[in-house]
Design a binder for this molecule. Sequence first.
Ligand SMILES: NC(=O)c1ccc[n+]([C@@H]2O[C@H](COP(=O)([O-])OP(=O)(O)OC[C@H]3O[C@@H](n4cnc5c(N)ncnc54)[C@H](O)[C@@H]3O)[C@@H](O)[C@H]2O)c1
Length: 271
Amino acid sequence: MQVKRVGIIGFGAIGRSILSAASRAPVPGHRLTALLVRPQQLVEARALVPPGIGVTSELAELLALAPEVIVEAAGHSAVGEFAQRVLAHRTRLLMLSVGALADPELHERLERTARAAGSRVILPVGAIAGLDGLLALRQAGLQRVTYSSTKPPGAWLGTPAERDIDLLNLTGRTVIFEGSARDAARQYPKNANLAAAVALAGLGFERTRVELVADPAATGNVGRIDAESASSRLQVTVSGHSSSLNPKTSDITGMSVLSALGNEAGTIAFG
Ligand SMILES: NC(=O)c1ccc[n+]([C@@H]2O[C@H](COP(=O)([O-])OP(=O)(O)OC[C@H]3O[C@@H](n4cnc5c(N)ncnc54)[C@H](O)[C@@H]3O)[C@@H](O)[C@H]2O)c1
């Protein structure tokens, strides 16, 4: 089997969880070979990553290590900064900051670049499940999709919710945002990537309804899809621990990247 080289952009909660899980149990058919970090993270990253992984803060150097797949686990601005160059370099991009595609100009530009270069943007299922079911319901004529995300109040610090709500003194479940997936992704870029993924798999950014909730009783993050077509109803809930490094991010997210890579390499794969 030809082994594919994998690069990672981002050395935060997800990037680190991918690196440590892959060093414990390598993904069949794949080898981590390159990591792009912020300049101030170079020393720490070089000390921590296993030998054989080139660490850099320059995209040109990352691309020079010739990864066949690059995992973006950095943020919306990193997508704006790097994604087009990755795709133009004929490299597949597994992109976690899905909400960046709520910007129609960027969305169109990445699609155009990938088509011209023969590369692809893959959106891993991330911290939710059920995007496959949503795609199937879409074929059957989706009528309604709602995505809700419930997290402990601390996970919403640093978001617009802080302006109107005393997050750390909440006494009960509080809806902090209700609206379209496009507005959720734009206003909550670090928290609404799954709203964007649900929108792209289903009814689009305008017609996907999103509810973001802060709940002092929540012990982790809960994502829920509720969708309906003429013949079927899809209800999916995933609840799990948040990352110890970043309360906005669910622990399972990095594992979804490894499973997407493993699925690609499988002779019998899930479609
Ligand atoms: N699709 C999903 O299911 C899902 C779930 C959780 C998080 N996310 C998204 O994935 C991304 C990463 O999440 P995280 O929890 O690891 O975030 P994090 O904040 O813990 O880590 C991000 C890291 O990327 C680095 N970074 C940002 N811009 C960079 C750049 N231009 N160059 C190099 N490094 C850069 C930051 O310094 C940080 O170290 C975020 O956009 C997050 O919103 C997606």
